[in-house]
Structures are given as C-alpha cells and as structure tokens.
Design a protein around this ligand. Structure first.
Ligand code: FAD
Length: 318
C-alpha cells in the first residue's frame, strides 16, 4: 500500500522506522534482528536508506595512488524486497540523485516496480565524503526536485526515450521527500529552503519526512511556515533518540541540528553511555507524546539498526 493512502486512512498517529543496509559482507540477519523487536507496534512502513559510493586510495607501483569507488552499504533494493516477502510490511527505498545517471535511475525504478514496491523517498544525497560540495553525475539529476519530476513522468508512462501507450503498465509511485525544520545546511535561509520544498511538492511529492530534531517547537514552527506557503501534504516528524554521550558532538556535526540545553546538560552529566541512553529515551518519550497530542500523522524513527531504545519509546507512547 502507498504511504499516502496509509496516512489518509489512519485514525491515529502511525509508527514507522528507518534502517540502514548492513556493511558489505554482513548478513541480512542483522536487519531482521533490528526489525523483530519493533513488530509489536505494527509499523506502517519501513524505510531503507541508500548509501552512495565512497572513495578509497590504493597505492600502486611507482607510488601512484589509485582512487577506487567502494560502496560500503549496498543492498537497499534487495532488503526492501526481502522485508516485504518476510513480514508483508510495505517498504520505502530511498533513491538518491548522487552517483546515478537518469538512465540508471529509470532502471532502478523499473526494478522496484517489478518487485511490487510503490513507494520511494526521493533525495538528492550528500556530497561524496572526499568532495566539498555535491556534484551530480554527468547526465544525472541535480536536485531532489529533478528526481521527483523524473518519477512523476514515469508515473505518466513517460520514460526517458519513449512513451508507454498502455497506461495500465506504467509505474505509480507514491513519492516522499525530505524537509528540514532547522533548515538544510547548504541553503542561505529558511525562506529559500521552504521555496525548494514547495517546488518538490508542487512537482508531485505527496508527503514530507523531516530531518531529526530534538526541539518540538522547531517542528511546530516549521509546520506553520509550510502551511503558510500553501504546502498541504503530511509532514512526518523524524525522530532519533540519543544513545551515547559522543552524539552531543556528532549529531550537530552530521545532521546540522540543535541539541536543546536541557537535553545536552542531562547527557553531559551521565557517567556512561547506558545512562545517556536512558536520558535519550525519556526525552524522546516526552517529544513523541507531545507530537501525538498535536496530531502528528506518523512518527518516523531513525533506528540506525539499533532498535532497543525505539522499542522502549514505542512501548511508552503507542
Ligand atoms: P534537495 O531537496 O535537492 O535540497 C538540497 C539543497 O539544495 C537544499 O539546501 C535546498 O534548499 C537546495 N535546493 C533545492 N533546489 C534548489 C534549486 N533549484 N536551486 C538552488 N538550490 C536548491 N542521504 C543519503 O545519501 N541516503 C539516504 O538514504 C538519505 N535519507 C534521508 C532521509 C531523510 C528523511 C532526510 C531528511 C535526509 C536523508 N538523506 C539521505 C540526506 C539527504 O540526502 C541530504 O540532506 C542532502 O544534503 C539533501 O537532500 P534533499 O533531498 O533534501 O535535497
């Protein structure tokens, strides 16, 4: 079922979560082990992230360094299909612009269609780690907006170089996109970022999932601004409980989000990560209760493959 249909049918706040493919060489069992503890809460859908190539340098004869692309977490499409097959739960593969030509994107979408997957989260992706800014693939999509447009064209039977006459055979993807309650870090200001969000929705995105945040007021303000701009699709809050002390530094660095003073001080006082995890759980439970009270359509948890904290939170709020 499409995410948008689930959201429309829902009588209360839904529960969904996101997982990462395992590192190359690891078994899919780790994925099942992270899903099993969360089945009690009837997840409406499970997102599977996509990880583009990174570059490693290998020393060759004569001291030359060869730049070699390596994908550390391949398997997004296979994992989505395996989850549907094993659990009969809808999956949402993340599809990114980075590293893909439009033709490769089209082929990936055709694979998904044949696997019975009719949801995608359309993203640009970040810059390759060794580069300072995002560079699209030659012949690839530059912004998530371009990817949304390509998927919408396919939904109308318009492939890159041909059109399909029989419309019963074309794809029908429900497209989600990313939104940033604390602004995307590259964008000069919130107004411009919201304008770019509106363009994605106007092009055919049916819902938004937010970047993680720890201060609900930022999400509520974002909802207000989104509505004022005339964006009327569901905006699903993305939530990630703090699970270690070092995340006080890594979360702002990697996700460009603020950690509220109260939370930061409580985590700093912890003697070890187990205590920090408990603080993270308590904070997230309070966050979720407030989000549900305000009628959030769904709460989407970034589990990062670790479901222990999310299980405790879900038990307290769903
Ligand atoms: P865009 O919507 O293209 O926006 C990127 C930047 O460009 C923004 O600053 C925007 O304001 C600006 N912009 C947009 N359009 C224009 C325009 N026409 N002109 C000028 N500027 C413009 N990354 C992964 O690699 N894999 C994942 O699986 C993944 N999953 C994610 C899931 C969620 C819910 C979120 C919130 C993020 C995820 N990311 C993932 C990270 C995401 O790829 C990065 O945040 C990326 O930097 C931006 O992606 P986007 O889709 O928001 O891009």
């Amino acid at each position: 079922m499409k995410v948008i249909d689930r959201l429309k049918k829902a009588k209360s706040t839904l529960f969904s979560f996101e997982i990462l493919p395992p590192l190359k060489g690891k078994s899919i069992q780790s994925i099942y082990d992270s899903i099993d503890p969360l089945l009690d809460f009837s997840p409406s859908f499970i997102n599977v992230t996509y990880h583009r190539e990174e570059y490693i340098f290998k020393k060759r004869e004569g001291g030359f360094l060869e730049r070699i692309p390596v994908r550390k977490r391949p398997g997004t499409v296979g994992i989505c299909a395996a989850i549907i097959n094993k659990y009969k739960i809808d999956t949402v593969p993340h599809l990114i612009c980075g590293g893909f030509t439009k033709e490769e994107t089209e082929n990936a979408l055709i694979d998904l269609q044949f696997l019975g997957i009719d949801n995608v989260l359309a993203l640009r992706g970040d810059a390759v780690k060794s580069e300072s800014a995002f560079v699209p693939e030659p012949g690839g999509n530059e912004h998530a907006l371009d990817l949304v447009k390509q998927i919408v064209l396919m939904n109308h039977g318009k492939y890159l170089n041909e059109e399909v006459e029989d419309l019963s055979k074309h794809s029908s993807y429900c497209i989600g996109v990313a939104g940033y309650p604390e602004k995307h870090f590259e964008c000069p200001n919130m107004k411009a970022d919201l304008k770019h969000l509106k363009a994605k929705v106007d092009a055919g995105a049916e819902y938004v999932v937010t970047q993680l945040f720890y201060n609900n007021d930022k999400y509520f303000e974002y909802l207000e601004s989104v509505k004022q701009l005339g964006i009327h699709v569901p905006v699903i809050p993305g939530i990630k409980p703090i699970t270690s002390k070092k995340q006080l530094l890594s979360l702002p660095k990697f996700f460009h989000v603020d950690i509220p003073e109260g939370l930061a001080e409580a985590v700093e006082k912890c003697e070890n990560d187990n205590e920090a995890k408990e603080v993270g759980i308590e904070w997230t439970i309070a966050q979720c209760k407030e989000l549900i009270k305000h009628g959030a359509p769904c709460i989407h948890f970034y589990t990062m493959g670790r479901s222990e904290s999310v299980r405790k939170i879900a038990k307290a709020v769903f």
